[in-house]
Design a protein around this ligand. Structure first.
Ligand SMILES: Nc1ncnc2c1ncn2[C@@H]1O[C@H](COP(=O)(O)OP(=O)(O)OP(=O)(O)O)[C@@H](O)[C@H]1O
Ligand code: SF4
Ligand SMILES: [Mg+2]
Length: 391
């Protein structure tokens, strides 16, 4: 919806926004309630070696100030058995992307309005042309999503204390997950599985911790419990949204090491969301750099760290403190601000902060340019270097 340049909204405009929002929210909520057959929410994988393929995802929030374009046409893949790191500054849409994968975007204000999230499920098999079938999570009914969420796709949040229920024991909460996904399992079997997982995530005296309440554990132990919870259904994808920012540096290193070990052992994929480029360098096989709701660069960890191309990625790397940095000099910071997500320009979103702007940058948003088989960047600086373009 069009809005005046300044931030002032008149009563008339405000009424218009509310009316528009109500109409939109009713429309998207009605779509969700519609009775669907399997063909309405299934699709085909582009590459069956991916566990998730996100294609042109748009997730918006209908707020009283206007429509917030939190995720604005995001596309990237999460290959099987790989760690994909997602970086970008605060508010660029990392968490909303992950919540869209889990179908946990705060409705009715938050809605996925466009795009596909294809989940490579073993349940669906192949179509008549030998293409792997996939669930399209953006269209899946909630009743079907229950079968996937918390089992095949799980999530580890930043602050374990807010994710664990304070009035139930750790054992209760772990067993509950086993019961949800396997109604035939006995109490004893669920307990044995919970204790097995507590042992696996490196908790000493797992039988004792099984009977503890969350407040009796340290932050590091609680995060280990969260990892155990995420692993209980043998997931194919774990989404870890800033899993270590609430922990001190030594515990952070231990938790990351544990995650990496378990990922290798279980063969699952991890989508690792963080602000910390150091964590990404240590952990990720592939990296997605987001800015203002868009992917501006993606590639393997080597591509992004050895050959960063987008001026924002280059700026991010420059702002990282190094052991060799001159301690008398202030750290580099990228000047300027991210554009308002309600009033995004049609041009490159980084334009007002970019020192490498050229005439073309006044035009439309730059297309995604393929630099190599693994490396993609959305920036006009590289348009001539390669002929092959996407978008
Ligand atoms: N419930 C909501 N209502 C309105 N806007 C929201 C809501 N949740 C998120 N947003 C907006 O969506 C955008 C993306 O938010 P998101 O939480 O995904 O950012 P992020 O990249 O995870 O940031 P951070 O690194 O701080 O966690 C932000 O502009 C935010 O203000
Ligand atoms: S497209 Fe232009 S303004 Fe945008 S990052 Fe590239 S050079 Fe800078
Ligand atoms: Mg976040």
């Amino acid at each position: 919806m069009k809005k005046k340049e300044n931030n002032y909204i008149s009563i008339k405009e405000s009424r218009k926004i509310i009316k528009y929002n109500n109409r939109q929210m009713r429309f998207y909520e009605a779509q969700k309630r519609r009775k669907k057959e399997e063909k309405d929410y299934t699709s085909l994988m582009r590459d069956e070696n991916n566990i998730i393929e996100i294609d042109g995802l748009k997730t918006v929030f209908f707020t009283d100030n206007g429509t917030v374009m939190s995720v604005n046409g995001v596309s990237f893949d999460i290959p099987k058995s790989k760690i994909v790191g997602v970086v970008g500054e605060s508010g660029c849409g990392k968490s909303v992307t992950s919540l869209s994968i889990m179908q946990l975007v705060q409705a009715p204000q938050g809605q996925v309005t466009e795009g596909e999230i294809r989940f490579n499920s073993d349940e669906l098999g192949y179509d008549e042309n030998g293409k792997k079938k996939a669930y399209d999570i953006t269209k899946m009914p909630t009743s079907e999503m229950y079968k996937v969420r918390g089992k095949d796709i799980t999530m580890i949040f930043q602050e374990p204390m807010t994710s664990l229920n304070p009035v139930f024991t750790i054992g209760n909460q772990l067993d509950e997950i086993s019961f949800t996904h396997n109604t035939k399992i006995t109490k004893e079997e669920a307990k044995a599985r919970s204790i097995e997982l507590l042992t696996k995530v490196g908790i000493a005296m797992p039988e004792h911790v099984y009977g503890c309440y969350p407040h009796e554990l340290s932050g590091g132990m609680r995060q280990r419990v969260m990892i155990a919870m995420a692993l209980i259904g043998n997931p194919k994808l774990i989404i870890a949204d800033e899993p270590t920012t609430a922990l001190d540096v030594t515990i952070q290193a231990q938790i990351l090491e544990l995650l990496k070990e378990l990922q290798k052992e279980q063969g699952c994929s991890i989508m690792l969301i963080t602000h910390d480029l150091g964590v990404i360098a240590e952990m990720a096989d592939e990296v997605v750099v987001m800015y203002a709701g868009r992917v501006i660069e993606k590639g393997t960890a080597r591509d992004i760290f050895l050959n960063p191309m987008h001026p924002y990625t280059i700026g991010l790397q420059k702002s990282k403190p190094l052991i060799t940095s001159d301690s008398n000099k202030p750290l580099y910071s990228i000047p300027g601000q991210v554009p308002n997500p309600i009033n995004l320009p049609n041009t490159c979103y980084f334009k007002n902060r970019c020192s490498k702007c050229k005439a073309k940058c006044d035009g439309n948003y730059p297309p995604e340019i393929k630099v190599s088989d693994t490396h993609y960047v959305s920036c006009y600086l590289y348009e001539k270097e390669v002929g092959n373009q996407n978008d």
